[in-house]
Design a protein around this ligand. Structure first.
Ligand SMILES: [Mg+2]
Length: 272
């Protein structure tokens, strides 16, 4: 599907308010430099139409605070891959996951719990060493409110085996297991797509959603969007996770320049 066709396939929704939901790393912000300058004009075009922009990220709320200031955003946000919804007053909705995670970790057989090295077991220096973050950034990344990253002592079993080992206990506490780039994560069932759906359903009439992302963990929220844009990613081939008949806009360039490209196409399609 060409990009022009993709735009033409998105349903016209004239008259309905719009909310933009966007991943940050590799989408609104450059993957390596964290630059947002190429997206600035598109951010201003959205602001001129009073269209809110809601970040949706795997980062913690503590990591998000300085970023929101830099992006000039002050509304709602979604952190920890959907597990945390940040309200407009800055307070978090954590779906009670923190408490459930602590109870689940305590309920695991001792030999299994011993094999897990959780963020909550590590000093900040160890987290910095494991992630390559500075101590200050590792401190912000460690401030988990509704999910828990962990490593496995020695060679880690594949996710399917680990799900068999931990699944029953996690299920009891309504938690799930997922795998990120570096760590396994214990998470509540609310992912990025479910958190967006929760925010949209708070408003009547339900606004239309424009959703932008670049990674495999963005696919479910992109496919659920009224207008979805996959931003080109030089590191991961996210397109292979899309169904053949998807109607997402696929940007030609990566990061904030691709974000600008997609938002400009959406604004033209919606408002002419
Ligand atoms: Mg990303």
């Amino acid at each position: 599907m060409t990009r022009t066709e993709a735009v033409n396939h998105t349903s016209g929704s004239a008259g309905r308010a719009v909310v933009v939901f966007t991943d940050l790393d590799g989408t609104l912000m450059d993957h390596d430099s964290y630059d947002i300058a190429p997206a600035q004009a598109a951010l201003e075009a959205l602001a001129a139409r009073s269209i809110p922009v809601v970040p949706v990220t795997s980062k913690t709320r503590t990591e998000l605070v300085p970023l929101l200031a830099r992006l000039g955003l002050s509304g709602q946000a979604i952190a920890e891959n959907g597990a945390v919804i940040v309200n407009t007053d800055g307070s978090p909705d954590t779906a009670d996951a923190r408490e459930k995670i602590a109870l689940a970790l305590d309920a695991l057989p001792k030999n299994i719990r011993k094999a897990m090295i959780c963020f909550c077991d590590m000093e900040i220096e160890q987290i910095a060493a494991a992630t390559g973050l500075t101590l200050a950034d590792a401190t912000r990344a460690a401030a988990r409110e509704a999910s828990e990253p962990f490593m496995w002592q020695g060679d880690a079993p594949p996710l399917t085996t680990l799900t068999e080992i931990l699944g029953e206990t996690l299920e009891k506490f309504d938690l799930r297991l997922t795998q990120g780039g570096r760590f396994f994560h214990i998470v509540p069932p609310r992912d990025k797509a479910a958190a967006i759906s929760a925010l949209l359903s708070e408003q009547t009439p339900r606004p239309q959603s424009w959703v932008l992302g670049d990674g495999p963990n963005d696919v479910s929220m992109l496919l659920a969007a009224d207008r979805g844009a996959l931003i080109a990613n030089e590191h991961v081939n996210t397109q292979r996770f899309l169904p053949a008949d998807h109607n997402l806009y696929v940007s030609g360039v990566s990061g904030p320049a691709g974000w600008h490209e997609a938002i400009t196409a959406f604004l033209t399609a919606e408002f002419g």
